[in-house]
Design a protein around this ligand. Sequence first.
Ligand SMILES: [Zn+2]
Length: 385
Amino acid sequence: MGTGVTRSMTRAIYDFIWRHEPATKNEIAAALGISLPTVSKYLTYFAREGLIDVGSKLSSGARGGRIPIGYVCRDNGRFAIGLDVTAERTRCVVLNVRGEVLANRRTPRAYSRDDDYFRFLGEEVAAVVAESGIEERRILGVAIGVPGLIDEASGVLYFGRVIDNLGLSIADFGRYIPYSSRLVHDSEAAGFAEFWERPTDTNAYYISLGKSVGGSFHQRAASHRGERGLTSEVGHMRIHPQGRLCYCGRYGCMDPYCNSRVLAASGDGSVGLFFERLRSGESAAVRAWDDYTSDLAIVIHNVRVMFGSRIILGGDVGAKCGPDLEPLWRKVDDLSFLPSDSRSFLRACTVTEYPIALGSALHVVDQFRNDPDRFALPRSRTRGA
Ligand SMILES: [Zn+2]
């Protein structure tokens, strides 16, 4: 941080420019109640950090007077990396501060709990950085989306059965990654990507209907994570006592009824093929969707009465089910104790391409947006930025 530049003012000015670009010195000074020389000092600091550009010269000034300069946040001022780790492949993306994807890499590789695998993750990050051609010193950090529950205080996974990651932390996953790194719960990351796309939503509950079921709850003002990150584990909501065995070891959880494999079983292993068969009216697929939506409706009803928020269906199923929600809407409305129009609050996701890697990286971008000073460039190397 430069001399005389405070963190709170850095954040306030950067945020103002972000929301009002192109923003002039006068506008910044008036909005934040600070002097023009102070604004200039911060703009100099931002320019040195490579965080802003001179945008268009505004022609709204009086004729013959000085034309005010509008400042904009630099798209490629900083970069974030998101990594999605699953049982059978990794996905790695590079974003700029606007959340635009600059590089995107998918690599088939079976997860294994060993040093070779963690070394592979480091190589994947290096590869995606090289593909993107970005300056390394502008990398804010890496967020790795993993299935499992992460204790926020210790950063250790204390529930990890989808892949064998119980007891691991960023010290393991990030061992060969030379940037600031952290773990993110995969369902939270995917929900965050969806929420990011809809800045007008005040809150949303995201249900990830993938090979396992997860969830996350998002609020514009603050995220709700619960104790030790235990919130929205909707996959283990009990809907059929003495029902099917869940991977968690208990019976009757929602997961074995609503994970995407249930539908894929009627599509030769493919969720996409299942929906094709459903739409062509194949009776086995129609029956499977009827059972599936009956179980899912229970969970959606429960979530709705608890959170009263919008509900978004994600994961493999959410990415495909948009045109087929009619029976689900009807069943959810039938369960409601109030007059209900679930079309107004229940929808399929719109972020269907690699939402976990994307949402993980967006977490890093969001952290930067809320506090740009946390990611000041290394002092000795800022010259010539
Ligand atoms: Zn369970």
